[in-house]
Design a protein around this ligand. Sequence first.
Ligand code: 3HC
Ligand code: NAI
Length: 693
Amino acid sequence: MTAHYQVRDAVAVITLDNPPVNGLGHRTRVGIVECMTRAFDDSSVEAIVLTGSGRAFSGGADIREFGTPKALQEPSLHTVIETIEASGKPVVAAMHGVAMGGGLELALGCHYRIAAKDTQIALPEVNLGLLPGAGGTQRLPRVIGLEAALNMIVSGKTVLAGKLADARLFDELVDGDVLEAATGFACRAARASASHPKVRDLAVRHESAEAYLGFARTTVAASAGPFPAPLQCVKAVAASLKPFDEGLREERRRFMELLGTSEARALRHAFLGERAASRIPDVPADIAARNIAKVAIIGAGTMGGGIAMTFLNAGIPVTVLETKADALERGVATIRRNYENTAKKGKLSQGAVETRMGLLTTTLSYNDIKDADLVIEAVFEDFSVKETVFRTLDEVMKPGAILASNTSTLDVNRIASFTRRPQDVVGLHFFSPANVMKLLEVVRGETTSHDVLATVMQLAKKIGKVAVVSGVCDGFIGNRMVEQYSRQAGFLLDEGALPEQVDRAIEKFGFAMGPFRMIDMAGNDIAWAIRKRRAVEQPEFNYSKTGDLLCEMGRLGQKAGAGWYDYKPGDRKAYPSAVVNDMIVRHSGELGITRRKISDAEIVERLIDALVNEGALILEEGIASKASDIDMVYLNGYGFPKFRGGPMLYADQVGLFNVAQAMRRYAKGYQGHAWRIARSLEQLASDGKGFND
Ligand code: 3HC
Ligand code: NAI
């Protein structure tokens, strides 16, 4: 059973019991209705209390059920709420922990609400591409007012119950035992009156509702981007001014419209995928993690500094080690400057800046870091430098310390082999700027132990990162895929496109930045160095030569004032470059190619399919354990449009049959050999399945 029934002093206590957060899945809904019926039928029961077991009252509708028939199967949440609201015996919600989405809507259907002051209250459906679909848009305005309700519903933000003390939402806010308080309240309510208030009977009042809603519609429409849900939320809340049942019908209609959208599917995928990423198939969920109280970082450069900030922000003490005092000073000064800048923008108090800086110590001696629980190396990307560092760490670090490398390209197995404790070695590939970017690729070596993996996955959550496990391969998940994407972008230039057209097409698709603007920002020399290495190691792995020609012209990107685009001093805007475009056209001529007009649709298809195909190969090789992991990498580290849910989900939505067809067509075209179509993709396509099925 996912709801329990117990009678205490003439009060029936119905306890939701569906871990982890009492999601209102079908079985739980059935359980509530059954328990309510028992309470109605039991003549010794005078009042009913609805509560949640564990850490939540309820986190809302069971997100895992969306997209399945169970989500809408009766008793629906509407039916459950109607049953409660129609009860002749008073029903009191005893709220603690989390009361979100359908959980809050359930409470709003009760006659009374008693909450712990620190209960997290929210209608966060908008974050899943939805609107509150069980009366939330109609009942919340009736208890906290039109404007406050609209803000909560459109933003999806969490508010602590204690902050809503002045509203009619709660009948009592308590510090102590909520269940105790709710049972007492229920008894008193039953004895005081035969009729009990219903939120639906309250009126929504606002002195200038029409003008306010007009303003809300305009501002929300302007900021919602490709997402339909925020504006639908405004419209549903506006319907709360109508008679209750009419408003409720409108809410339902709009909710159903959103439920089937690709945007809602993408956001759901992101929510569940982020959490699924922390589950590693062969690592038991209950394995004991190591305790990480102190962190050391080797190297105070770009990455070392950003990684240090990430830990300091989470209140974890950090010691940074460098070889020279001036490098340390520079590193610490950069960290302080970053914090001061945030403080100047009003986003951090000066006190918080000092607290964070107070957790930072520096050293030139390994002796000072030997008792750290985790050490992250972020020195130059050079095997011999890394070798020296890891041999030293192996000598000095206490047993059980986790030894991590932030390498972006080097073989983590080889790095582990520099130590006598390869089981403690792992890659922690942060992205730049490390204190901002949410993605963390956890690179699992052949010998990395299970408890090390479990520890870093837990730690990632604590420091606010989305961690995804990758096996060892060139580029790990993200960069290995992006190489194929960039490769196609280069071939498109050879055939007839120009950088601005490629960028424009993919930006229209939803990427924040196209490949050429992106590489100009990162620096063209990095990819140039990789290509040179590749030319020796894998000569058959060819690219468009335009990238090399560009670098030979000294156009290394924004930092050089010139790259694929022209830049003006003090201006980061990319201006199409006649010199570069001449070079590209000349190069096509040298290859004997008659340039053709390439459609935006082809550009998008080739770039995205290149990601998808490499993603499929990565899955085949076991580098990623599930398709959603790849999507989480792309959503959190590579600016893939969130409303599309990541390359693998996007491919599923296009249909793998169509994706495979397109790849076969491109495989017959210019540089067609680059399409080493994944067998697994062909198989799924012919079985009519998707990566995420
Ligand atoms: N349904 C099913 N599972 C849920 C859930 C939900 N509504 N909310 C959270 N979970 C699960 C997570 O998937 C995760 O599962 P896992 O351990 O198996 O990976 C587990 O609960 C813990 O979640 P978090 O890791 O996110 O734990 P936190 O403590 O950090 O956060 C939370 C807890 C604040 C409840 C957060 O999970 C959250 O924001 N959940 C989403 C709440 C939400 O959006 N509710 C609205 C649902 S839509 C709805 O109600 C429609 C209705 O209007 C008709
Ligand atoms: P960086 O050049 O900015 O910093 C490296 C720092 O390491 C310098 O301060 C240097 O003094 C210090 N250092 C060098 N040898 C050392 C040693 N033996 N002991 C202690 N300190 C030493 O380099 P960056 O960009 O921070 O890169 C560091 C690592 O992070 C590299 O492995 C790189 O591949 C990886 N990485 C870089 C990303 C980026 O965007 N810059 C992204 C992800 C990973």
